[in-house]
Structures are given as structure tokens and as C-alpha cells.
Design a protein around this ligand. Structure first.
Ligand code: ATP
Ligand code: MG
Length: 249
């Protein structure tokens, strides 16, 4: 079933006297339980696209349907309820509150939604390998652990769609692997993830990679029967065609 439909989306920003078009006629669908990576050079519009889907920002033209509802056509009150019931967010800077323990940070996400979670904190913490640090404070745990807490928070309400902007951005490869393992478990539980990443390891683990270039979809690549390694090589190939310098990704 189609979970997300992005249809002919344009996004303009005013930059002083100038108007810049950041997204140009972007269209794609995402199915339930599909894991999709969005890649592209810096400035190609990845975060902008994620922000539109997150309802954090509004489209200039086009429509975005999540679970059949057009989120470009709803008022803020409806949207805030919709976000709480359907979307999970994982931001690069984790967004954990330092004065709360890990457990309390996760609990906060539950109370925002207002009803009881589908999985318990203990259960999700175990899946993500953070059950031993639930009573610690964020500044006493590692970046990888923080990121897994952010995953726990994004996932605890069992959202229809999890949106992540560079979840492994500042992590070393071991922590990134732990995140990927966590994502795998979330996938087995039926999650759908849209993740912006510069990291081909993360993308290779996904079912599909959407490449953006200058605000347009440049390539839509599916893993199908490929192994992670084969898909990784394909992704690296595309990155070098697209970006020239992969540091720019
Ligand atoms: N609020 C804004 N006002 C004006 N221009 C903006 C705004 N947000 C983004 N832009 C511009 O839109 C373009 C796309 O930005 P975006 O943040 O979506 O890129 P990105 O692909 O996420 O890049 P990165 O990989 O560096 O995170 C950039 O040229 C940026 O300068
Ligand atoms: Mg970005």
C-alpha cells in the first residue's frame, strides 16, 4: 500500500530580492514498510523535501499525501494532531533534553501523543540496545547511544512514517552499524523510514535510493535482489557521477 505520495512539488524561497526555486516538480511514492534513502549533493534540497513531508514547512505548489490525507491542505491544528499520530522524527542533533534521563526523554514523546504506547520503553530500549542506560543523562552517554535514544523516541508511538535527517551524521562506523542494526529491527516490526543521508553504507542498507540534484529527482534506484555490497557499489558509482567529489555529499 502507498503510504506517502509526493506529487509535483515545487518549493521557492525568497532570498532578498531574488526568488530561488529549491525543489522543482518533485514526484515519488513510498510504500508501506519501504526504507528509502534520499541522497544528493549539499544544497540539492534534501532537508527542504524532508521538512515539507514533516509538515514543518509548506509547499509552494503540488501535493503531499500521507495515508491518503493531503497534508498541504490542512490547518495547523489538524496538522499537529496528524503529526502526533502519524509521524516520527529523528533529527541530526538528537533533540534530547539534558535535564531528563534517557527514559524520561522517551516518555516525553509518549505523553505528547497522549495515549499509551504500542511498545513499552523497556521493549524498544532492548531492541535498540540501550536498556542499560535508561536512567543515565544524555551528557553521560555516547553520540551513538544518544542517536539510538532519538530512534527510540521516534519509534515509541509506532508512527506510520519515520523521517530521519542524517541519523548517522556525526557517528563513527561502529555506532553507525549499531544504528543500522536498530533500523533493521524496526523494519521487521513494520516501520517505514525516509532517511536523508550522505553515507552510502546507510543507503545500501535501504530498499531504495532517491537521488536529488538541483532540486529535481535525478535517479530513483531500487535494491531489488542486490546484496548490500552490490547496492553499495552502485550507489558509490552514482554519487561519483552526480557529485564529482563525494565529500560534497
Ligand atoms: N529557509 C530558507 N531560505 C532560503 N533559502 C533556503 C532556506 N532553506 C534552504 N534554502 C536553500 O535551499 C537549498 C537547499 O537546501 P537544503 O537544506 O534542502 O539542502 P540539503 O540538500 O539538505 O543540503 P545539505 O546536504 O548541505 O544538508 C540551498 O541552496 C539553501 O541555501
Ligand atoms: Mg540537509
Amino acid at each position: 500500500m502507498r503510504l506517502l505520495e509526493v506529487k509535483n512539488v515545487d518549493k521557492y524561497y525568497a532570498a532578498g530580492e531574488m526568488v530561488v526555486q529549491v525543489l522543482k516538480d518533485v514526484s515519488f511514492d513510498i510504500s508501506e514498510n519501504e526504507f528509502t534513502a534520499i541522497m544528493g549533493p549539499s544544497g540539492s534540497g534534501k532537508t527542504t523535501l524532508l521538512n515539507l513531508i514533516s509538515t514543518i514547512d509548506t509547499v509552494s505548489a503540488g501535493n503531499i499525501y500521507i495515508n491518503g490525507m493531503d497534508i498541504t491542505d490542512e490547518d495547523e491544528e489538524k496538522l499537529s494532531e496528524f503529526r502526533a499520530n502519524n509521524l516520527g522524527f529523528i533529527f541530526q542533533d538528537y533533540n534530547l533534553l539534558d535535564i531528563l534521563t534517557v527514559r524520561e526523554n522517551i516518555e516525553l514523546a509518549i505523553s505528547i501523543k497522549g495515549d499509551s504506547p504500542v511498545v513499552s520503553i523497556e521493549e524498544i530500549a532492548k531492541i535498540l540496545g540501550i536498556d542499560h542506560i535508561l536512567d543515565k543523562y544524555p551528557n553521560h552517554i555516547s553520540g551513538g547511544e544518544k542517536q539510538r535514544c532519538a530512534f527510540a523516541r521516534g519509534f515509541i508511538n509506532n508512527p506510520a512514517l519515520i523521517l530521519a535527517d542524517e541519523p548517522t551524521g556525526s557517528l563513527d562506523s561502529n555506532s553507525s552499524k549499531a544504528i543500522l542494526k536498530s533500523m533493521e529491527k524496526l523494519k521487521q516490526r513494520g516501520a517505514t523510514i525516509l532517511v536523508v543521508t550522505h553515507d552510502a553504507f546507510v543507503s545500501a542498507w535501504c530498499d531504495r535510493v532517491l537521488f536529488l540534484r538541483d532540486g529535481m529527482i535525478w535517479k530513483d534506484m531500487y535494491k531489488n535482489e542486490m546484496t548490500n555490497r552490490e547496492f553499495y557499489n552502485k550507489i558509490i558509482e552514482s554519487m561519483s557521477v552526480l557529485g564529482g567529489d563525494s565529500n560534497d555529499f
